[in-house]
Design a protein around this ligand. Structure first.
Ligand code: GUN
Length: 295
């Protein structure tokens, strides 16, 4: 089968241009420049890269951005004070606390301290709850990015069997919720498989759409995939590799070379879901700046 790439990099570039044009118009009309703040704790390599990329993309679109850094011995109390300060800062339209946090800090406590109207990550229980019943809300960036990618490639989802691999709060669970929603993209029959599933392979073989978010490099192999399937690979494991400048290779959850020839559509890693995640955070920031979801 001749497969088509779901080119997240190209779609994200297109969306970036659309948003930059809109921000320029807002500014020309004397409106407020959207402002995203990010809190980064410690020096985790992945988190550093993601946050740097978020800040850079803000600049490219014309948003204001603020990066607030702490060492990993910051107390939970101090972090919660900063969250409160950002909640009350009228210039900040939205903010994120980059995860993971050090073990002595409760991620859930921090997430719940964020004003849901500024929670552009969509992690607050109010946003998660509103999403699950189909109300306007901030949808977390990775699932929102995947929906946008499916939409821009006009992938048929109605009545299809979608298998979601993984049940994390930030990808697997919201993805399953959105794919079963009465909407487009959506209207799927959804099966969620995870590390305790006993029939994962059989489920995948029946899937029209597989969204792989396990974080296990090259887990999905050709024998698990139906001919003509649509494959979305959310994996971004940094696998050590002596041949690259960085010393690692970003590796997806799908064994691309053997799976791609069986697919109708497939996302590459890198250049698939990753760029869509960042651009979706930017979209949420723009919505926050325009007070489009919450007044
Ligand atoms: N860590 C991994 N993905 C994310 C994300 O989307 N947002 C935040 N804040 N932290 C993350």
């Amino acid at each position: 089968m001749d497969y088509k790439l779901l080119d997240g990099k190209a779609v994200a570039a297109q969306m970036k241009k659309e948003m930059a044009d809109e921000v320029a118009q807002i500014k020309a009309a004397g409106g407020k420049t959207p402002h995203l703040a990010a809190i980064l704790v410690g020096h985790d390599g992945g988190s550093e890269t993601y946050v740097a990329s978020k800040v850079r993309t803000c600049e490219e679109i014309g948003f204001k951005s603020s990066l607030i850094r702490y060492e990993d011995d910051v107390t939970e109390e101090e972090l919660l004070r900063k969250v409160d300060e950002l909640n009350n800062d009228a210039d900040v339209d939205g903010f994120i606390v980059q995860l993971p946090l050090p073990r002595h800090i409760s991620e859930q406590k921090v997430i719940e301290a964020i004003d849901y109207r500024k929670d552009v990550d969509g992690f607050h229980p109010i946003n998660v709850g509103r999403m699950s019943i189909g109300l306007p809300c901030f949808v977390s960036a990775t699932p929102a990015g995947i929906l946008e990618l499916l939409k821009r490639y006009e992938i048929e989802t109605r009545g299809k069997h979608c298998v979601v691999l993984g049940r994390s709060n930030i990808v697997g669970k919201p993805m399953a919720t959105l794919m079963m929603q009465k909407s487009y993209p959506g209207d799927c029959t959804v099966t969620v498989c995870h590390s305790r599933s006993t029939n994962l392979k059989e489920m995948c073989q029946k899937a029209d759409i597989i969204i792989a978010a396990l974080g296990v490099p090259e887990f999905v192999t050709a024998d698990m995939v139906k001919e003509g399937a649509v494959i979305v690979d959310v994996g971004t494991t940094r696998v050590p590799n002596a041949n690259t400048k960085s010393g690692f290779k970003l590796t997806g959850d799908v064994k691309f070379d053997e799976v791609a020839p069986k697919c109708a559509f497939i996302t590459p890693v890198p250049g698939g879901v990753g760029p869509m995640t960042i651009i979706s955070l930017m979209r949420n920031t723009l919505l926050a700046g325009k007070k489009e979801i919450y007044k």
